[in-house]
Design a binder for this molecule. Sequence first.
Ligand SMILES: [Zn+2]
Length: 359
Amino acid sequence: MRIALKECVWESLGGDLFVITDPREVVTLADEEGQVAALFAALDRGPCTVPELRERLAEGGVALGEDDVHGAVAALDSLGLVEYEADRTLGDPALDARHFSNLAFFGTHSRLDRPRAEFVSRLRRSHVLVLGVGGGGSSVVQALAGLGVGRLTLVDRDEVEPRNFARQFLYHHADIGRSKVECAAEWVRAFDPEIEVRPVERWISGPDDLKDLLDGVDLVAGGLDGHPDANLWISDAAVGAGVPLVVGGITRSEVVYYSVSPGRSACVRCDWSDRPPADEASSGGFVERNRDRLALSNTLIGPLAMQIGSLVAYEALRYLTGFEEPRAAGAYIRLDLRDGLAPSRHPFTRDDACPVCPR
Ligand SMILES: [Zn+2]
């Protein structure tokens, strides 16, 4: 297998070699003898096998045994600076062009044993259930489609209305009165015919309405309005099926999202049981009693809908590819609209007696 040097810039200075792959990050390598610089120069000539790399180094006057060259390559790999040439692309020029930026993104997270192409392939094999293709859901669908998620099941029961246009950019004027999921599915097919999309027109009135939809699904994304317990049902159904869940929404002053990693993080039911009963005569009880009335007037506008969709899709990307750990597992991430969208993290209360979480 031929080893390739990733995009980087280096310079020898004194007894050190400075390497930059990101303007925020300089790697400094001790290089009194100039051997590390010789290694970079040898790899810079183009992808090569370990024996070829050893030959190139020898040509430059650096005589190393094969084990030493393997060790040097492993050291570069631990810094994320090399990868196998064959793993950089999907092996099909049309697909490589389609996923150009996705491959570039994963290039910063790839290692010899974690190929960048595999991240994209995982997305192409993934099946995401998107609950609600309204405010946040529209943006989630667009972001997931751009990432190349291979299968999307879209659930909603609404029709396109003029008041959707401030924030739901999947729909056009000519769609007014049509089924949202049908229009959303059309958008996905037109955007990328390789994505398999299934529209489901359904009103979710309890966890049982979700059961048949979770079969073979890798992740649930979105959120449902219309009932105060809707996001509790989704969590119960997803955790019961062992499927990760990412949900986003908005209040008057915050963009909020969270995720649930079944069996690893606390779930929504865990956190729910910690809430004071709604009839408690306290100011907290007042907020609980009136929360649904506040939610009736939806203040979501385009830039914030895109913010929610983007955060939900990015967290989904963590679950689907494992490129990094989920950041919102078992926690609300609140972005404060009164403070320039500054984020804060609020972990769920874990309930050891939770009837839904697996033990
Ligand atoms: Zn739980």
